[in-house]
Write a protein that binds this ligand. Structure first.
Ligand SMILES: Nc1ncnc2c1ncn2[C@@H]1O[C@H](COP(=O)(O)OP(=O)(O)OP(=O)(O)O)[C@@H](O)[C@H]1O
Length: 292
């Protein structure tokens, strides 16, 4: 597919390290309420990392810290090799153009159409491009997010919950980001819509080479699309790994989360799906037919 955004100036100094997100010794507190106390996290380039933890453990605050919306009391955060926590160099190209964010609920501007919403970051970061090119990029991102072309002219109030998420995703992808932040993307979707959204995220991540930071409570999402999972508890990331690696740990929250009834159901669903995608062994099929 032709990418109209190929016309935009490339971002210099493309990051080539292994860890586009590095958090060290993060401390966040609101008055005397300590949310994070010495939190460390490395996110690998090209992975989908799921971030889980009980309600109020600070998953959203962590995401907001990484994208510079929350100034931590202590610690350092590097994104794509640049410090988010130190004062910014005015000459530095704006790092915010290199990530896209899908906030809970989509956070669309209700008085703008879907296309106009997608155009907001384009106007901000590339004011020099023509109206025609901006419209073309927005349309392309809407289609990329799995919405029909006629969604471009609709207002958020005319969209279903799933369509709103896709519109928010289109806006998050507007600037061809390297990093994608998703805060509970499948919350509020029915299971079929949630599974479709998971598939979309995985396929976009593979096609566009994204690194994805995904906060979720959805165990199916964790099993389906996350390469690793980071667990927030006790004001820190207490473990990061694949689900089998996490299951090998004996932390009570991890065991209860993944081995509780919902965790087991999600695992069973994934096992069933894996069994269906196993290619039939032709020899076994032959011998089965011979036995009939
Ligand atoms: N701006 C703020 N001022 C004061 N307290 C805040 C602020 N933002 C977050 N908090 C508090 O920080 C804690 C962590 O909030 P956060 O939204 O990060 O939790 P979470 O892990 O994302 O929870 P959930 O899974 O319920 O969405 C909560 O107790 C919340 O009330």
């Amino acid at each position: 597919m032709h990418d109209p955004q190929a016309h935009l100036a490339p971002i210099p100094d493309e990051f080539e390290g292994d860890y586009p997100i590095r958090v060290r010794g993060l401390v966040n507190r609101f008055d005397d309420h300590v949310i994070h106390d010495g939190l460390d996290l490395d996110v690998k380039r090209g992975e989908i990392i799921g971030v889980v933890g009980g309600s109020g453990t600070g998953k959203s605050v962590l995401m907001r810290s990484i994208i510079g919306l929350q100034i931590p009391q202590e610690g350092s955060i590097e994104v794509l090799g640049r410090s988010i926590t130190d004062a910014r160099d005015d000459d530095d190209i704006d790092i915010r153009s290199q990530w896209g964010v899908l906030f809970q609920g989509g956070a669309l501007f209700s008085t703008l159409t879907v296309a106009e919403n997608v155009e907001v970051p384009l106007r901000e970061f590339y004011p020099e491009i023509t109206d025609e090119l901006r419209h073309e990029i927005a349309r392309y991102k809407v289609l990329l997010s799995g919405l029909p072309a006629n969604a471009t002219s609709k207002y958020p109030s005319e969209l279903s919950g799933g369509m709103k998420k896709r519109a928010g995703l289109a806006r998050a992808l507007a600037l061809d980001p390297e990093l994608l932040f998703l805060d509970e993307p499948t919350a509020g979707l029915d299971p079929i819509g949630a599974a479709a959204f998971d598939t979309l995220i995985r396929s976009l991540q593979e096609t566009l080479g994204l690194t994805v930071f995904l906060i979720t409570h959805d165990l199916d999402t964790l099993y389906e699309i996350c390469d690793r999972v980071a667990v927030l508890a006790d004001k820190k990331v207490i473990a990061v790994g694949t689900i089998p690696e996490l299951l090998a740990l004996d932390h009570p929250w991890i065991q209860e989360y993944f081995n509780g009834p919902r965790g087991r159901a999600a695992k069973d669903a994934q096992d069933r799906e894996a069994a269906h995608v196993v290619k039939p062994n032709p020899e076994a099929a032959t011998s089965a037919m011979e036995q009939e």
